[in-house]
Design a binder for this molecule. Sequence first.
Ligand code: CMP
Length: 138
Amino acid sequence: MTEQTLVLIKPDGVARGLVGEIITRIERKGLKIAALKLVNVSEELAAQHYAEHAEKPFFGSLIEFITSGPVVAAVLEGPRGIAAFRQIAGGTDPVEKAVPGSIRGDYALETQYNLVHGSDSPESAKREISLWFPEFTL
Ligand code: CMP
């Protein structure tokens, strides 16, 4: 079943010049780019996006980081698209969880600076796509 997922290339990925590399991996996997844009993230958008982490000790630094520079936001589409992107991203902790060959496993060292975000469920995807691409109808 075709699924949509919201993907972000976070400020570390943009600042390090990894946008092309990450998009190449997305395209090689076979995921279709249905929408793509560069975004300067407001505090409001950041807080809405990460609302489920509001009580976590790292919430403040998460918001500070995601608003620290432009991010690339995309809607990807494909069969099992949510899981497919999470597979090529690798686990959240780039050293303990992400395997070599994944985006995080190959290019990241710290959980906060883990280069990419991908929706974790169809419900999150729907919520996040409407947040980042209000103009985009599912
Ligand atoms: P992401 O997929 O964007 O969703 C929540 C983010 O919080 C996660 O990726 C990490 O970047 C970040 N995160 C999760 N756990 C920690 C942690 N222990 N310390 C700092 N950041 C974290």
